[in-house]
Design a protein around this ligand. Structure first.
Ligand code: B1M
Length: 233
């Protein structure tokens, strides 16, 4: 990534046209500059950008660049943590907008990232979008073992169990959870939806999930569809 502006140079994000502001926000996210990412997010909203568009173009777009350089060994964990923290700053600004919903609760989801995996940005985004669509969301966090999923299902009695995994080494754990539900005779009581960058449809089917969700928007649509199907049957 090249610096678009000299770091010492004092400039006002507000003065940048939209396309340059987006590029600058990608740089700021890459460089872990949370305050600047938050400010850029606020500026775009003030320019009447929708929360969805800010999320996709400025934040998710920026994190994709970070992902490529992380993969290629250009960025390392501490830098990626700072980038993630900046992304979360922007997401906090968007949260009330994404979670704005006048509608009645249309269903309940318990969601968590599987054991061995601490990635939570995607899961948090899914939670926000589901809330926004009128779901009650119980986020049980990261690194979740099967016992904790089971306890949460017992306590909260949700319609849906959502699991997230970002690592090829942790995605098989989703099958451990689903197999345990089957063993305990609980599988038919709940809709299971899975997601995370390394997953795909085929994997979702192979482990016995009801749906693989490519992104948070798909998760919302799938959740509505599967709940409607279940209630109709
Ligand atoms: Co990690 N990491 N990371 N990392 N990290 C990846 C996943 C990786 C692809 C990077 C790379 O090499 N390009 C790679 C995995 C390779 C693989 O397994 N094939 C990787 C690695 C290797 C690692 C470590 C092993 C690195 C190390 O220590 N050497 C380590 C593992 C730690 C662990 O979990 N045990 C590690 C650590 C970290 C950080 C802590 C530094 C940080 C996480 C911070 C945090 O989450 N709080 C981090 C980050 C940020 C990433 C990348 C760069 C970005 C992930 C992200 O937040 N994306 C990531 C690269 C990448 O994915 N391109 C990478 C943005 C987010 C909005 O997208 O999470 O895909 P995503 O979520 C989407 C969809 O997938 C879907 O909807 C979301 C929103 O649209 N979705 C769901 C997700 N979950 C869902 C659940 C659902 C439905 C939909 O349920 C219903």
């Amino acid at each position: 990534m090249t610096e678009q502006y000299n770091e010492d140079e004092d400039f006002d994000l507000n003065e940048l046209p939209d396309d340059e502001l987006i590029e600058q926000m990608h740089d700021d996210l890459y460089n872990g500059l949370r305050e600047e990412v938050v400010e850029g997010t606020e500026i775009l909203l003030a320019r009447s950008w929708s929360a969805d568009r800010v999320l996709d173009e400025a934040l998710v777009g920026g994190m994709a660049i970070v992902g490529v350089d992380f993969r290629d060994g250009i960025l390392f964990v501490p830098e990626v943590l700072l980038a993630a923290n900046s992304m979360k700053g922007g997401m906090e600004v968007l949260r009330p907008l994404l979670a704005q919903s006048g509608s009645e609760t249309i269903g309940k989801i318990v969601i968590g990232t599987v054991k061995g995996d601490i990635h939570d940005i995607g899961k948090n985004l899914v939670s926000m979008m589901m809330e926004g669509a009128g779901f009650e969301v119980v986020d049980i966090g990261i690194n979740i073992p099967v016992e904790t999923y089971l306890e949460a299902l017992e306590t909260h009695k949700p319609d849906i169990l959502g699991m997230s995994a970002l690592l090829t080494t942790t995605m098989p754990y989703m099958k451990v959870v689903i197999d345990t539900l089957v063993e305990k005779g609980l599988r038919d009581d709940i809709i299971v939806m899975v997601g995370g960058a390394p997953l795909n449809e085929e994997f979702g089917r192979a482990i016995g999930a009801d749906a693989y969700c490519r992104d948070a928007g798909v998760a919302v649509d799938m959740a509505k569809e599967l709940i409607a199907q279940r209630r109709a049957s």
